[in-house]
Ligand binder design. Structure first.
Ligand SMILES: [Zn+2]
Length: 236
């Protein structure tokens, strides 16, 4: 469900714009609440809105054989959902699924394109972000193929924690199994391993990170590579 709310602006892309430009953009947006499980886009659908996320999180999923879904990207306050529009493409190649309830700034596709075509600052920010997102997606493809479930689960929890910034957070096993592309039994086994190492606690869909430093050590190298990429493009 999407409703109007008033929250402070937290999205990094909007915050990086010159004040006058971000104000003009924000004036043409509405603040909405995105709820866990909402689907913003389906593959092949026309993009009607873009979303600059504040404290919500959205997973980008690729569908295989129409029913199997695998997460290929994660978007939070550092990004925008609807990047194809910034590359002059109006159709989403992925399913965009809300993974963490929170707020976002929503803008109609036509208004976004008008602003995007006339703002060099917005173009620069979104091109940088599109590059970082592309790097995240390519790294995730390799990660899904080569790294063990425990390391991938650790990476996924860290990426979620970076964006949601609350601890503990809610995640069902069913949801995790879709995100990681493994059966639920595989998720339970990996979560039990991380629990035994005292890195997380996991009970009835409630996950708490107990020792973030050690969880980073248990994670695959993909986490640092993708985080470094986001930092690099921001620093350029
Ligand atoms: Zn990996």
């Amino acid at each position: 469900m999407q409703i109007r709310v008033r929250v402070p602006l937290a999205n990094s892309l909007l915050a990086a714009l010159p004040r006058k430009e971000s104000k003009r953009l924000v004036d043409s947006m509405e603040q909405v609440v995105l709820t866990y499980g909402d689907v913003l886009y389906e593959p092949g659908e026309q993009i009607r809105h873009v979303y600059f996320l504040n404290d919500s999180i959205v997973s980008l999923l690729t569908l295989v054989d129409r029913h199997q879904a695998l997460e290929v990207g994660l978007v939070g306050r550092e990004g925008m959902v609807g990047i194809p529009l910034a590359l002059e493409n109006h159709v989403s190649p992925v399913r965009a699924l809300v993974q963490g309830t929170g707020t976002a700034m929503r803008m109609k596709a036509a208004s976004f394109l008008k602003e995007f075509r006339q703002s060099l600052a917005l173009q620069r920010e979104l091109h940088r972000y599109a590059y970082a997102l592309m790097a995240q997606i390519t790294q995730t493809a390799a990660c899904n193929r080569f790294h063990v479930i425990e390391a991938r689960l650790a990476r996924w929890l860290l990426m979620t924690h970076d964006r949601i910034q609350t601890n503990p957070f809610q995640l069902t096993q069913e949801f995790l199994s879709h995100m990681l592309g493994v059966r639920r039994v595989g998720v339970s086994k990996a979560a039990r391993t991380l629990q035994r190492m005292k890195l997380i606690s996991y009970s009835r869909g409630n996950i708490a990170i107990l020792d973030r430093k050690s969880l980073e050590a248990a994670c695959c190298s993909c986490y640092e590579i993708v985080r470094g990429m986001h930092d690099t493009v921001r620093a350029v």
